[in-house]
Design a protein around this ligand. Structure first.
Ligand code: CDP
Ligand code: MG
Length: 136
């Protein structure tokens, strides 16, 4: 049975800065995820703090919010079969050092904070995160 889903992907400042946007988009497309919406934006630290509020008790929260607002990012709605999990698999583990071969974070991630991409981790969070960036 098919299970078409949407999920939110973000190409983080480290990857935008290194001109990796098209290369990362091609990984999604080649692996069957359609890019339904895409926009390049530069968010404020307040907006980043709201987006990442689930992590507000974590020691890395302040740096994470400063980082996400430090430069342009590309936010996308990806759509496809089991898109939430499919995107997480293409991203690889949070720490690029642990990311499986040929995953985006393995190929492009610099460090645990500059790990090139964000992806929603559940269908419910995907819906909320898409609403956050696309107000739909
Ligand atoms: O992004 P992902 O869902 O894989 O990881 P997370 O646990 O939801 O953490 C969100 C983001 O916080 C990560 O992508 C990292 O950029 C950052 N982080 C960090 O800077 N230091 C950590 N020890 C853990 C996460
Ligand atoms: Mg997460």
């Amino acid at each position: 049975m098919s299970n078409t889903e949407q999920t939110l992907s973000i190409i983080k400042p480290d990857a935008v800065e290194r001109n990796l946007v098209e290369e990362i988009k091609n990984i999604f497309i080649k692996n069957g995820l359609k890019i339904k919406e895409s926009k390049k934006i530069h968010i404020t630290k307040d907006e980043a703090s709201e987006f990442y509020k689930v992590h507000q008790s974590k020691p890395f929260y302040n740096d994470l919010c400063s980082y996400l607002s430090s430069g342009p990012i590309v936010v996308m709605i990806l759509e496809g079969e089991n898109a939430v999990l499919a995107n997480r698999k293409l991203m690889g583990a949070t720490n690029p050092k642990d990311a499986e071969a040929d995953t985006i974070r393995n190929l492009f991630g610099i460090s645990i904070d500059k790990n090139s991409v964000h992806g929603s981790d559940s269908k419910n969070n995907a819906k909320q995160e898409i609403e956050f960036f696309f107000k739909i």
